[in-house]
Design a protein around this ligand. Structure first.
Ligand code: FES
Length: 120
């Protein structure tokens, strides 16, 4: 069943908005023009994952001999970082970056007339 969650003006790129819908805490994120919604419970030990910061995927650059040169930030893949122990989740899929078989509980999001609804 679709339930109203937030106005679109209350969700910004780079920040997860946490809201309660039907007694369930849900974090809603906007990434590259698309909305994502996840339950605010980390699959590791139950931390408030949606209250964590967002940061881009970090990659390394290496010389031909394999020596580390520098880190790069890939903003095409944003991560939600759980504030309890730092597990990172891909915002577009909900998958844990360290083990993609582990995922956040997700909800479908629809937008109508400046309002966001989640399927609960
Ligand atoms: S509870 Fe989220 S990383 Fe441990």
């Amino acid at each position: 069943m679709q339930k109203f969650a937030l106005d679109t003006k209350d969700v910004a790129e780079g920040k997860t908005s946490v809201v309660e819908v039907s007694g369930i805490e849900i974090g809603i994120a906007l990434h590259q023009g698309k909305y994502y919604a996840y339950r605010n419970i980390c699959p590791h030990q139950g931390g408030p994952v949606c209250e964590g910061m967002q940061m881009p995927r970090v990659t390394g650059e290496f010389t031909d001999s394999g020596a580390f040169e520098r880190h790069n930030f890939d903003t095409s893949e944003m991560h939600l970082v759980c504030p309890w122990h730092g597990w990172e989740f891909d915002i577009a899929t909900g998958e844990a970056v360290g083990d993609r078989s582990i995922r956040l509980e997700s909800y479908a999001v629809s937008e109508r007339d400046g309002k966001l609804y989640v399927d609960i």
